[in-house]
Structures are given as C-alpha cells and as structure tokens.
Write a protein that binds this ligand. Sequence first.
Ligand code: BG6
Length: 478
Amino acid sequence: MSRELSKDFLWGGATAANQLEGGYLEGGKGLTSVDLIPHGEQRFAVTAGELHYSEVAEGSHFPSHEAIDFYHHYKEDIALFAEMGMKSYRFSMAWSRIFPTGFESEPNEEGLKFYEAVIDELLKYGIEPVVTINHFDVPKTLIDELGSWRDRRMVDLFVNYATALFNRYKGKVKYWISFNEINMLLHLPFMGAGIYLGDLSEAERTQVLYTAAHHELLASAKITKVLREIDPEAKMGSMLAAGEYYPYSSNPEDVWAANLSNRDNYFFIDVQAGGEYPEWAKIMFENEGIDIRITAEDEEILRENTVDYITFSYYSSRVSKAEISSDDMVTGNAFKGVKNPYLKESEWGWAIDPLGLRTTMNALWDRYRKPLFIVENGLGAVDKVEADGSINDDYRIEYLKAHINTFMDAVEEDGIPLWGYTPWGIIDLVSAGTGEMSKRYGLIYVDRQDDGSGDLHRSKKKSFDWYKEVIETNGQAA
Ligand code: BG6
C-alpha cells in the first residue's frame, strides 16, 4: 500500500515577524528583545544571553528595525505568494504590536488591525494562515521588569496576549503554533526567550533555564485550553528545532551519547505532546537540585492540554560522540555539533542531509503519534543577481527537491501523516543567527543588503517557478 500527499496538503512558506516586518516602532509597537540584537560581532554574545543589550556598541545596526519592510509591502508579498500557488503561509505575530509593554490590560487596536489585514489578504487568495504566536520576540519591558520567562507572571501575561489573538481571529486562523523552536531557550536564551544570564554560575543558569522552560510549557498548555474554549475547530501545535542525533560510530558510548542528546532535544515536546515531564528529567532536577515549583495544578493543566499536532524545523541531522575534540565540531542552527564525514555542508557550515528528514519524521511519529507539519526547511546561500536581473539558484532547488522527495517517501512508504510543508524564508529576510541579509533562503529576492542598503524591490528567483510547478503537481514535479 502506498499513500499520496493529500490534495489539501498545505504547501506554503514560512517567515517570522522580527525577521521581515520592520516598522519596529510603527502602529504603537513596543520594543522587543530582537530589536536590541545587533548585526555584527556582538550578536552571538547577546543572543546567547552573555552580553547585556545595554552594552551593545553605539551606532550598531539592528536588522529587525527595517528588515524587509513587510509592514508596508505585505500586499505585494502576499500577491507573489498567491502567484506561486502557496496554500499556506506561516508567519508570526509580534507580541509587542498587540501589547506594547506586555503589561497592558487591553490590546493595541492598531496592532490587531495590521494582522487582521494580513490574514484577510491571505484568505482573499485562499491561503491558509498558520500563525506562530511567539517567534523569539519578547517585549522589552517584560525583560527589564521581570527578567522575561524566569518569572512566573509571564505565564498569565502570555495567556492575555494569546487570548486577544484567539478572540480577534477566531474562525479565520485554524492553525496556531505556541512557541517557535521552544527548545532554543536552552541554547540561545536571549534570542529564544529574552533571558539574560550574565555571569550566573552553571548551577544558577540551569535553575533559571528550566524554570523558564516550565513557564513556557505551562503557558503553552494554558493557551491550548483557552483556544479550545474560544475556537474549538482550531488546532494548536508545538514547534521543535528538530534534527535527529546520529551516533558518531557504533561504539556503544557514542550510541548512548546520541540517545542522551535526542532525549534532551525531545524534552519540551515530551511535555507538550505527552502531557508530563519525562522521568529522567524529574530525576535530573532532583539530582542537580533544580527546584522548579511545579504545582499539582500545573501538572493537571499540562496533562489535559496537550497539542494537536507537532511542527518542527529541519535543517540537518546532528551527530553525537562520547569524547569530542574541538576538531570534530561543525556549526548549524545554534546547535554546534560533531562533523558528519558523510555529509556536505552549506556555505555557512550547516550539514545537508535530506534522508535525515525522513529519519527525524519517523522518530517524531513513533514517539508522539500526532500529525506532523514541517514548518521550516531551507538553504541559506549567497545569491548572485545577473545583469538581466535573473537569479539562478539551482543549489536551492536541489536542496528543496531532495528534501521534498524525502518527506514524500515518509508519507508514501512510512505512512506518516503530514499536514504541510512551509520552507523557511520563502522571501529573503534577516538571518536570525547572523543578522545578515546575504544569507538568503528566499524563492523571492529582496534588494536589501547587510548594511541596510538596497531599494527593497522584490523579484522572482528561478526557484520561484520551480516551486510553483511542484505545488501545481502536488509534489510530482519535485
Ligand atoms: C530557525 C529559526 O532556527 O532557523 C528562524 O526559527 C531562523 O528564525 C532559521 O531564521 C534559519 O536560521 P538562520 O540563522 O540561518 O536565520
């Protein structure tokens, strides 16, 4: 028996507010964590929560402030998405457009109107909105006053924010995602969750990070409950920065190391999809003296409000080795790891492993038995604009084609339910990791450069027409 992609398969594209909108103070929007992260040398230290944003050098360039100015170009951009045949568009809402400081009791009408206009524009073309409620950006006031997610008061403030969205967009948005790459909190705490660690000791860091993790998990369960009350037809998804860990060798020590890495990586989704903390985590909290104050009521909320579907980003697989030397290392999606000698890497050193997507999908399906949705996948590369304006991004087509064929195998031969595929940065946008524009993922080119120059005009790359045909043929042309 072989299954095909459903005729309603949600082919689409993905972006995030802080990487494309710009208009960082327009429409009453408040400053967010990401607005404080500069391009350049200090970026990594700030995103890692090591350097406080107030210490960023004067005159730095902050790419989120203008980004690609989707705030003023959304109609033009959505028209291009429609021309490509996109059936879904994953984007995020900026918390501080709706609650500028995070503390207001009433939402900012101008912010709500902006996203309503975006949603209506999408629906006009029959494009399904897939909304990430929080993609990295935390209102600055909440960071300054509460220290962000380390404080339990964040939970109710987030519930207020999500409730305002559900009430306003009820019936229009069917697919919601609570936190983008929720596991990023443990790797890049300021980028992922607005958390500054400074010079805390290792033990204090662990305490802060897992406390913040509990607050996000609780918030995600609580908003799932609210969504079911307000709009029972809508679905709530979790979102993982995925990529299976392979053992470096068949040495049992390497196999065990990979097992531990996978277990750590699934920590958040185990709670969001399974409804409780894994036993190993409870033992680890106890052994390491981590006191998270999980109440009986929290446990009940987590248990009763698990997600409907599992979304994830997949850029590459990862490798674990029991004994690592610095020569073994490779970069990749904030997860520094061991180099896989069998794989080629992108210009930014991210390993390219299409088959790993199938392995990852099988692991997720076997573990959770909930429908999957690939909400990020793509190749960051330098594009060359030819004299005639064309951009021949065959490397991007090759990357996407290989991954599409792999997930189709996972559907057709492994029988995994997959709701959709929204490649990352469907339109060029700011890189989260490096702040560059030159690390381009788009099928639509935007004339905006690393230093902020460029006239922002949009043009179609070769991959645009290729993807259009893939969508038209429901994957057969890939
Ligand atoms: C994911 C994030 O980690 O990877 C995106 O959800 C990000 O926000 C994407 O842009 C690609 O990473 P980068 O660093 O190349 O932009």
